[in-house]
Design a binder for this molecule. Structure first.
Ligand code: FMN
Length: 198
């Protein structure tokens, strides 16, 4: 199975989640591409903020996503921090370049899941995942949610929802439950992409 994990992360939290989703997919036997979308922040904004500089520096070795990473994959995980309950302009900008793929139905029938990060508990975990998912409806993709299929989704006091993995609070380390939900998405995406390919 071929899985692309494509994300944006400004200060590193969603990057951590992306890594765990990728690990989960690898454990399930998938060939995985981890990719970041290009940034849109002006250089002076990056240079003036230590937190952002550190977050972007830690991702320097991650290859930049191309549309081919979408067509190559049998299953795709898309991640973005929340921005006022919606996805970032950076991820949206990447998805907005998929018109030619949409016109040819190139992503139709592929499995897709979503993950996010938010600074506050009620600041938009679910709404951001739902906002990202409209992309999948238009392309005719098969949305893979996490459901309540792992105990961590019941147990978590931080991120991790039935809609998909999430991170709460912009922490240096994911909680055990956040990791478990993220790894589960990677696993489930691989499994379902495999079944769809049969
Ligand atoms: C412009 C802006 C808007 C944000 N909006 C929200 C929000 O609506 N709710 C929330 O909980 N956090 C909000 N945040 C916080 C980020 O979503 C949070 O810090 C993010 O998940 C960190 O992810 P990253 O480390 O991968 O960049 C916002 C941050 C910025 C810069």
């Amino acid at each position: 199975m071929k899985i692309s994990v494509i994300y944006y992360s400004m200060t590193g939290s969603v990057f951590q989640l992306a890594n765990v989703v990728a690990e989960g997919a690898r454990e399930a036997g998938a060939d995985v591409r981890l990719r970041r979308v290009p940034d849109l922040l002006p250089l002076e904004v990056i240079e003036s903020n230590e937190h952002i500089k550190k977050g972007l520096d830690m991702q320097q070795d991650v290859a930049v996503a191309t549309l081919e990473d979408l067509t190559w994959a049998d299953g795709i995980a898309l991640g973005s921090p929340t921005r006022y309950g919606n996805m970032t302009a950076q991820l949206k900008n990447f998805l907005d370049q998929t018109g030619p793929l949409w016109a040819e139905g190139k992503l139709a029938g592929k499995a897709v899941g979503f993950f996010t990060g938010a600074a506050t508990m009620h600041g938009g975990h679910e709404s951001t995942i739902l906002a990202m998912s409209t992309f999948a409806y238009h392309h005719g993709m098969i949305i893979v949610p996490t459901g309540y299929l792992v105990p961590s989704i019941h147990a978590t006091k931080t991120g991790g929802s039935p809609y998909g993995p999430s991170e709460l609070g912009n922490k240096n380390e994911l909680s055990e439950e956040e990791r478990a939900v993220a790894a589960f998405l990677g696993h489930r995406l691989s499994e379902i992409a495999g079944k769809l390919a049969q």
